[in-house]
Design a protein around this ligand. Structure first.
Ligand SMILES: NC(=O)c1ccc[n+]([C@@H]2O[C@H](COP(=O)([O-])OP(=O)(O)OC[C@H]3O[C@@H](n4cnc5c(N)ncnc54)[C@H](OP(=O)(O)O)[C@@H]3O)[C@@H](O)[C@H]2O)c1
Length: 215
């Protein structure tokens, strides 16, 4: 399958690398067509890897991952061209983190709204699924790095899209994927990142995830 990965940071690299390992063709998108980090990734990733602008990656992808800086996400979607997302599954991994006052960060949208909802509103023709934003970039594609089969959460308004994303997450190694309902639940998934940072600062270790113990 052709997949677009918007973002050249740690998350973009991690997701794009895993997708290449799974045999997909992946185009990594950036604000500029010749981004150095994307070039580095393409050079080490073989014939199925390519790079381009956000628009190039979005039009290339049958599925599109958003691995974008939170505050730049909506701007990046505009740069990519809204029409390039129509009828596609968009997997939103972003967090609306605000580091302007240093550590710990706050959220620039929360409580009654979320970045996931804003992405869905911006892309009315796309089926947005929020997931993976609750773990670090390495765990996203390799949950077996920690013991105990952790849980992954997702939410979105389209049931069929969530089914397909669940299959993809299973292929990433997530054995248990919990569907939290509509994209509104992105509020809760994004708020979790504040607790994530708190735990990370306390443990000094980014390799942890959620496991819900139920009766
Ligand atoms: N790092 C993690 O382990 C982790 C874990 C969970 C969730 N997340 C979330 O995943 C997302 C990606 O994180 P990351 O650490 O990989 O990378 P990042 O540094 O947060 O974002 C990198 C990407 O954002 C683009 N970008 C930056 N500012 C922009 C702007 N003003 N307008 C448009 N695009 C802009 C960059 O474009 P260029 O390519 O042009 O530079 C780059 O492609 C974030 O929302 C983060 O909160 C990260």
């Amino acid at each position: 399958m052709n997949i677009g990965v918007l973002g050249t940071g740690m998350v973009g690299n991690s997701i794009a690398g895993k997708l290449i390992d799974m045999g997909h063709a992946v185009k990594m998108g950036s604000r500029s067509a010749d981004n150095e980090k994307a070039k580095e990734w393409v050079n080490k990733s073989g014939a199925n890897a390519s790079q381009g602008t956000f628009g190039d990656a979005a039009s290339f992808g049958e599925i599109i991952f958003l691995c974008l800086h939170g505050a730049g996400t909506l701007e990046a979607l505009d740069m990519a061209g809204i029409e390039n997302f129509n009828d596609k599954i968009v997997i939103d991994i972003t967090n609306p983190l605000d580091f302007s006052k240093g550590m710990p960060p706050t959220l620039f949208v929360s409580n009654t709204d979320s970045l996931g909802e804003q992405v869905q509103q911006k892309l009315p023709g796309a089926r947005v699924v929020k997931t993976l934003n609750i773990v670090n970039s390495e765990l996203m594609v390799n949950p077996a790095l920690i013991p105990g089969d952790p849980d992954m959460l997702l939410c979105g308004d389209d049931g069929e899209a969530k089914k397909q994303v669940t299959t993809l997450l299973n292929d990433f190694g997530w054995k248990q994927v919990i569907d939290l309902g509509g994209i509104k639940s992105a509020r809760n998934m994004e708020s979790f990142v504040l607790l994530w940072v708190n735990v990370y600062q306390t443990l000094g270790n980014p390799y942890f995830a959620l496991k819900f113990l139920t009766k």
